[in-house]
Structures are given as C-alpha cells and as structure tokens.
Design a protein around this ligand. Structure first.
Ligand SMILES: [Zn+2]
Ligand SMILES: [Zn+2]
Ligand SMILES: [Zn+2]
Ligand SMILES: [Zn+2]
Length: 759
C-alpha cells in the first residue's frame, strides 16, 4: 500500500507533515496519521513506542494494522482526556473519603461528579436551607363567604398555604392525617382571593361527588363541573367554571388521546386534551399518591398540567414512603430535586429522554451517565442503608427532612386533639413478674433458644434461619403470656423442641389459622382473605401473592397442621387440649383480670378492648374472664362479614357486654368501636404502628371519653426487650420525621435480634 492510498482513506494528513513523517521510521509513522487527525502534536505522539511487527514491508504497514493502531491510539487519547477530567474528581473523592473515614457510596461518588458539571448542585442543600425559610403556620381567618367555621389548625394551614404559594414551588403538600378536613381547608384556600377561574381538582372517582357537595354547600355560588365519563365539555366551556372536578382515570385517558391518539375505524386520531390546553389557576391532586409511580400515564398526565399554583393532598404518611414522594415533588416541579443530570456534561432535564435507547437526546451521553437527583441523593441511600444514625442513609434522611420542612405540612389527630374535640389518650405500661414456676419454664426455654441463636451467629447463618429464629421468639412471647401456649400447642409437646413453624406468606408471621392454596402456598386465613378483598376492590384478577398464577383457595377450608404432616385438619382450639378442672392461670392473665375487676368497681359502663396476636391466648382469656363473671364477645379470623358486623353491633349496643377480645390480625382495620374507651394490649410487637392502629379503633371522632391504653409486660421476659426496641424505633422515627412509623422500620435487623436474645 502507498501513502497516497492512506490519505484517500480520509486521514487528514497535510502534505508537509506527511513529508516530515516519512523521514522518521516507518513504524512510528503508522499510527501518526490518526494522531495528527486528533490534533495532537507529532512529538508527543511519536514518543510512544509501538510494537507491531510487519515483516513484509518495513516502510508501510498493512491497512488493517494501521486501523488497529489508529483505534488503539484513539482510545489512548480518550483515556488521557478522561484522566484529565477525573483528576479533580478523584481528588475530591479522596478528600471526602478521608473526612468520612470509610469507602464512598455510589451516591456520594455521583454527587461529586454531578457537582463538577453542575455548579448549582455543589451546595444545594445548604442553599435550600439559607434561601427558603420554613413557613410557621399562624392563624388566618377564612373569607366570610366560607359557610363553615374553620377549626384552629385549619386556619393555620390556610395561612401556610397562602404563604407557600408565594414560595419557590408555588404550592406544596398538605398531608394532614385522614379525617382532619383537607377538603374544607382547600376550599378555604380557593375562597381566599377574588374569584380566579378556573381551578382543577383531580380526585379518585369515589371522592368526586363529595368534593362537589362540599364546595356547593360551603361556598357562595361557586360553580362546579364534574368532568368525568361521557359527553365531556370542550376547553372553552370548562373555563367558565370556578372549579372543575375530574378523576385520575379521566385525566389519564384525556392525555393519552392527545399524545398517542385512539383508533376510529382504521384511523389513528389524536385529540387535544381540554385539561391540557390552558393554564389553570390552581391544580389540586387529592389523594395525590395516586400518581406515585412516576412512569405511569396518570403521573405523566398530571405532570403535563399547566398551573399557576400546585397542591398535593394526601392522608398517608408520605414522608415514610420516599419512593412514592418523587412523583409529588416532580408534580410541584421542584428544581433540581426532580431533574435528571448528566455526570459527564452540563445536560439537565426533567425527562428521561433516550429515543434510540443508547444516547441522550440532549447531550449524546449514555443512559448510565445520567442520574435522577432524587434517586441518588435521597431514595437509593435510604433504601440501601436505612436511616439509623451513622449510616449513609441517615444523611439522605436529613436532606429529605430539609426539603419536606419547606414543602409539606402534616398534623395528626393526636397533635390537634384539642381542636378536634378528641379526648386525651394515655398509654401506660403495666409490669409484672413471673411466678417462680413460670420463671423456671421460661428460663429453660430461653437458654435453649439463646444457644440456638448463638449457633446461627457463629455460623453466620442468622438471615438464612430467619423463620427458625422467628419461631424461637414467638415461643418466648407465648411463654410470657401463658405457659400452655407453648406446652400445650399442637406443634410441639415439649418446650425445648423447636421445629420450623408454619409461616404465612403474606405477613411472614407464625401462621395461626393456616390454609393452603392450590399452588401449595400457605397463608393465614385472615391475611389471604384481606388480600383477596383488596384485589377485588381494585378490580384485579386475584393472583397468588407468592407465585402470581391465578389463585385457587378455599377460604372456608379447615386449618392445616403442617408439622404433623397431615392435610386438612380443623383448628381444635387450645381449650380442647387442656384439663380444665385443674387448669392454672398465668401472671399476665391474672393481671388482666385484676385490671378489669378494678375498672368494673369504678365504673361499670366502661367497655374494654383486649388485643392479642395469639388466638390461643384469646381462647384462654375468654375462658378465664367468663369464669370471673364478665360478659365478653370475640372477633375472630374466619368470620363472614355478616358475622363480623353482627358481633360488633352486639358489643356496641349491649351495655352488659364489657369486654371485646380481638385478634390483632383480624381486627386491625376498618373497625369503629368508639363505645369502648379502654384498650389492653396483651402482647407487644416491635412495630408500634400495629398497636397504634389497634388504638385508633376507639380514638377517633365520636369518642367522648378519655382513652386509656394499658400494655401488659412481663418484666423478666423477652417482652421487656421488645418494649425497649419499640421505643427505640419510635424515638428514631419521631426524631427524624414524624409520628408514623413505617412498616419497613418494623423489620428486625440482625442487631435487633441480638438485642432480643440479650447477646
Ligand atoms: Zn452528557
Ligand atoms: Zn444528557
Ligand atoms: Zn398472615
Ligand atoms: Zn402460589
């Protein structure tokens, strides 16, 4: 091959330089053309020795060799360029590593890279703290045209919302607990200024009519249009109303017809979405977690709305659902928290846009070079490391709090009990000690369990044996309630015998009333029932929560007993295995009897709820309390809705029924038992939210007596550890954000387990 051939390949060698190159050795000249094309100096490039052997022609290398060399050289130059860019980044990494005294997380590395190209991110959290002051809610009177009197905390939120609209996000999140009147607070906001048309409220279908009535009842001739279903109006007509109400489904469908079109005959037709054609005065998303999945069309349709002010309403404790918060932050358009950034250049975007799937539409860099600021700064560290102090997730949690303090207002019923007229609620712990006999039984169980746990720790197999450890803990908790729960249980004849328990695949707890599906998965009857009901409500085809095939399960089937290796076998109840003539009570059971007797003497009209996780223990409680002359009733798993309702009515309407025994699993939700004002928690759970949920059955609007909760704890048992763990977890969530402990925080870590076994 000749050199003229080489230049015809498109390598931009100037004639002068080619001459110069020829004067050097052939080997060196092979790679030079490419180097020069890259704009590097000859001297620099030539100093790199090359090691390709060409026997045939010492002057000019074959074409393939030149191509290989050129490619290699190109990579080298790019590497070098990259090294130059990376120098300050590496330096910053080393400095941070030294400061933290540990390896950096991906998030921390990302942040350094991002800061390099995006100056506004360098001190973004500090800037936020400096420039945006959290608004302290103070009382603001509602406009006189509001026909309902606001409660004090509702006047505060009115002020807060007005101020918030002047802030950087022109809106925010109102996240008061359920049932505190977020609708009326929003209406007060709508009335707070001269009429501005129109505002849009997006709500679940079931809430649309309620919104309509509340607006019509509480305002002076505000005009409301429900834009939902068939025969919808065009944009021009919508603009005539003060408030337009629509559902998430309608919003999504309308947007989809605009973006993707719809089929009419053989034609694809696109139709402008009336909701997306003009700027709304306010857009309010009620139950805003409906857009929690950022990639769904409903979320995209909400993001695409144009509004002067934006509001998210939600009663769920948003701050504990970091993953779901992104969509809300994104809806508010918070910059830079909802944006994607490129780690290699100053590319910044609200959208994830890679039309060819491989290169950014904006900057051409690969998808992996782009990070979502929210994910890398908040979501991933918390999800991966947890929020315990000292963890990288804790820093992210603090950042989240900085942001939410400036974006969200949340009050709870407990905090504003006075405003709501709710009576106070007190929680006391009653501590008792084992009898000598109970203690001996407990200690022999505990010693064996601790030895077993220590073996798992030594083998490093704690996590592999989670369900075994769970069995051990459950045994100890049962022993603290009543020895019979362990000694007379169906699954074991001896306290020391530890077998693999039957674990419900939904709640991961020891199954008490287990039934099995056709696909051979085991569930608590109550768990799978509730699961299926929810699926049905959402209109889903019921599938197995484990293997996701269509589920076939007989909800009325007799409970199984796996440990005896038999198929269907009815739950006999512990009483059938006891000799009731010489049966003995337990310390804890007698403590309950004592409390109830005291109460009966003081005020016989007070009704009590007794919660336990163990159905067998409720069997014993029922037996003992009836013997002590109490009229009781029970809510059990396995009841039909009719039976359930009849039992509740029986308790509420009959003054002589003073005690209601409820399985914690069966009675957690959708119970309104305001006739009772006392709660006894017979056994403690490390996630306090389970207990709060139980207490909320009676501490709600309609309750007029002070509510008292008594937690019964046996001092020298594992319960003491559990209560300590509980307050530790509660303190953590309270200190960090709020009073609503998340289920995820209820999960036990290896350290927690060690604490329970007093290791
Ligand atoms: Zn880029
Ligand atoms: Zn980009
Ligand atoms: Zn279960
Ligand atoms: Zn299954």
């Amino acid at each position: 091959m000749s050199s003229s051939n080489a230049s015809s390949l498109g390598e931009p060698l100037s004639k002068q330089r080619r001459t110069k190159a020829k004067s050097k050795t052939a080997r060196k000249s092979w790679g030079k053309g490419k180097r020069l094309g890259d704009g590097e100096s000859v001297e620099d490039a030539a100093s790199t020795p090359l090691s390709v052997n060409s026997e045939e022609d010492p002057k000019v290398a074959p074409r393939w060799v030149r191509e290989v060399l050129a490619a290699k050289e190109k990579r080298r130059v790019e590497r070098k360029k990259h090294e130059e860019i990376m120098k300050p980044i590496r330096k910053a990494e080393a400095a941070l590593k030294k400061k933290l005294g540990r390896k950096l997380t991906n998030g921390e590395k990302n942040f350094i890279r991002l800061s390099h190209h995006h100056e506004e991110l360098v001190n973004v959290w500090g800037d936020l703290q400096e420039t945006v002051v959290p608004i302290k809610p103070v009382t603001m009177e509602a406009h006189p045209s509001l026909k309902i009197k606001l409660l004090p905390f509702q006047k505060e939120s009115l002020y807060w919302m007005k101020e918030q609209e002047k802030g950087p996000w022109a809106g925010g999140m109102l996240a008061d607990e359920m049932g505190m009147g977020k609708t009326i607070q929003t209406i007060a906001l709508l009335l707070s200024e001269p009429r501005q048309k129109p505002s849009l409220v997006v709500a679940p279908v079931v809430a649309l009519m309620q919104w309509k009535h509340e607006i019509e009842d509480n305002t002076d001739n505000f005009t409301v249009c429900v834009w939902h279903g068939q025969g919808r109006m065009k944009a021009a007509e919508l603009k005539k109303y003060d408030v337009v109400l629509s559902s998430y489904g309608t919003l999504e469908a309308s947007f989809r017809r605009q973006q993707r079109g719809f089929k009419r005959g053989n034609l694809m037709i696109k139709e402008k979405s009336p909701l997306h054609t003009f700027q709304w005065h306010r857009v309010i998303l009620d139950e805003a977690h409906n857009i929690k999945e950022r990639s769904t069309n409903a979320a995209k349709a909400a993001f695409a709305l144009d509004a002067k002010y934006r509001w998210c309403l939600s009663g769920t404790p948003l701050q504990n659902r970091v993953g779901e918060l992104y969509s809300l932050v994104r809806f508010l358009g918070a910059d830079p928290f909802s944006h994607y950034f490129c780690k290699k250049c100053d590319c910044k975007s609200l959208h994830w846009q890679f039309k060819d799937k491989r290169h950014c539409d904006e900057c051409g860099h690969k998808p992996m070079e782009h990070v979502c600021f929210w994910n890398t700064e908040i979501l991933t560290p918390i999800a991966r490391y947890g929020i315990e102090p000292g963890n990288p997730g804790h820093e992210a949690f603090k950042k989240l709090k900085i942001l939410l303090d400036r974006m969200m207002l949340r009050r709870t019923k407990l905090e504003r009990a006075d405003d709501l007229g709710l009576p106070p609620r007190t929680i006391v712990v009653r501590r008792d000690y084992f009898s000598p006999e109970e203690r001996e039984l407990y200690m022999s169980l505990f010693t064996g369990a601790k030895r077993q746990f220590a073996t798992y720790v030594d083998q490093g197999t704690v996590l592999n044996n989670y369900s075994n450890i769970f069995s051990l803990i459950t045994r100890m908790r049962q022993m603290a309630c009543h020895p019979d729960l362990v000694l007379k249980s169906k699954t074991s004849k001896l306290a020391q015998d530890v077998s693999e328990g039957v674990v419900c695949r939904i709640c991961s707890d020891q199954a008490e009333d287990a039934i099995v599906s056709a696909c051979k998965h085991v569930f608590d009857r109550e768990c799978i029932k509730q699961y299926l009901e929810v699926q049905q409500l959402r209109g889903h085809k019921p599938e197995c929560p484990v293997c996701h095939i269509e589920i076939s399960i007989d909800l009325e089937a007799e409970a199984i007993d796996l440990t005896e290796g038999q198929g269907a076998k009815a739950r006999q109840g512990i009483l059938s295995r006891l000799n009731l003539d010489n049966w003995r009570s337990s310390t804890k059971l007698e403590a309950l009897v004592e409390e109830l007797q005291k109460l009966r003497e003081q005020d016989s009209t007070i009704k009590s709820l007794v919660f336990s996780q163990f159905v067998s223990f409720l069997d014993l409680c029922a037996f003992r309390l009836q013997r002590a002359g109490f009229t009781i009733c029970r809510l059990e798993g396995g009841m039909t809705p009719q039976q359930r309702d009849a039992t509740i009515q029986h308790f509420m309407k009959n003054t002589n029924v003073s005690v209601f025994l409820i399985s914690l699993k069966a009675g957690g939700v959708a119970l309104n038992l305001t006739e009772a004002s006392m709660v006894f928690m017979m056994d403690s759970w490390w996630n306090p939210s389970v207990e709060y949920q139980a207490m909320d059955r009676i501490h709600r609007l309609g309750q007029h007596r002070p509510v008292k909760v008594v937690k019964l704890v046996v001092q020298d048992s594992i319960e003491d550890q559990i209560v300590q763990l509980q307050s530790k977890k509660l303190a953590m969530t309270e200190a960090a954000l709020s009073r609503d402990p998340d289920a995820a925080l209820g999960k036990l870590t290896v350290e927690d387990l060690g604490f329970l076994f007093k290791m």
